[in-house]
Design a protein around this ligand. Structure first.
Ligand SMILES: [Zn+2]
Length: 125
């Protein structure tokens, strides 16, 4: 962890804000959840949602999990450590996208791999 305290707080508040935005949207689509809001909001995504909200819910669920993972990485002081090669992720990159887990090089390599997978579904090897 090479981030100073202030940088950690910035990332923490960004993650918190993103989570609150998702919760607000979930409440918007499911007004009945309003009454269930207590202090702890994590249970909201485990509630059964109607079918109309399902597609959006799945998207938000993925985002939610990424946010929770980033918060865990932040609390373990490894949020700026690339999970593939261990290199430090620049704060500017984290600030732009707090849920990233890889340095730019590893992310690029991963996406290149993904593309190869999509282009060659049946490799001849
Ligand atoms: Zn890396």
């Amino acid at each position: 962890m090479s981030l100073n305290h202030e940088q950690q707080l910035i990332l923490k508040s960004k993650l918190d804000n993103s989570k609150q935005a998702i919760q607000a949207e979930l409440r918007l689509h499911n007004p009945s959840h309003e009454q269930q809001q207590g202090g702890e909001g994590d249970g909201v995504i485990t509630d059964v949602l109607n079918h109309d909200a399902m597609a959006q819910f799945l998207h938000q669920h993925a985002e939610w999990r990424a946010l929770q993972k980033a918060q865990a990485r932040l609390s373990e002081n490894i949020i700026d450590v690339c999970c593939t090669c261990g290199a430090l992720i620049p704060f500017a990159r984290l600030e732009a996208e707090p849920t990233v887990e890889r340095c730019i090089q590893c992310q690029a390599a991963l996406e290149a791999d993904d593309q190869r997978l999509h282009l060659h579904l049946h490799p001849s090897m």
